[in-house]
Each structure stands twice: as structure tokens, then as C-alpha cells.
Design a protein. Structure first.
Length: 95
């Protein structure tokens, strides 16, 4: 299970970024217990957990960000027994 190709989109304002993704086409949302959103640094491979969401949430607003700053986010899906690999990173800048 992975959300790598789940049409992840990001929209930014000066201090917030909205991340949105679509449900997996072949895995029931009932099998997915939730999602995790990480702020990721691909240069150092460091990740910081920003949010844990239930399986009904297919978007997350990351707030209180610095203006004119580059950000990188990754999203994982969870079942009751494991966490998926990272989705492809989303690179976006606040305005």
C-alpha cells in the first residue's frame, strides 16, 4: 500500500500550505486507518511529524509557516499493522 500516485497537490498562502490527495483506487479506505504528514528535509533525510489524521481526511492545512520559505512534505498511509513508504515529496514555497 502506498499513496505515491494519489494526485498530491499543494496550495500556498503567506503562512499556510494546503495539502490534498486522493484515496487509493484499489485499497478500501476501511483498510487505511489514517495518514501522517511529515515536514521532510531530503538533504539530511530528517523528518518531523506534523499531523496524524484519520482515514476520512484527504487534506491537511499546515499553518503558522514563514513567508517566502521553501517547504518539503511527505505523506504516508497507515493500517492497523504498518505505515506505508513515503509518497513522493511535495515541494512548495509560501508566498
Amino acid at each position: 500500500m502506498c499513496i505515491r500516485d494519489r494526485n498530491i497537490t499543494a496550495t500556498s498562502t503567506q503562512e499556510a500550505i494546503l495539502l490534498q490527495w486522493s484515496a487509493h483506487p484499489t485499497i478500501s479506505q476501511a483498510q487505511i486507518s489514517g495518514y501522517k504528514i511529515y515536514n521532510f528535509n531530503s538533504m539530511t533525510n530528517e523528518k518531523v511529524l506534523l499531523a496524524e489524521l484519520d482515514n476520512n481526511n484527504l487534506s491537511h492545512l499546515v499553518e503558522n509557516l514563514d513567508a517566502n520559505t521553501d517547504y518539503e512534505f511527505v505523506i504516508t498511509a497507515q493500517t492497523d499493522s504498518y505505515e506505508s513508504g513515503f509518497a513522493y515529496p511535495v515541494f512548495i514555497s509560501t508566498k
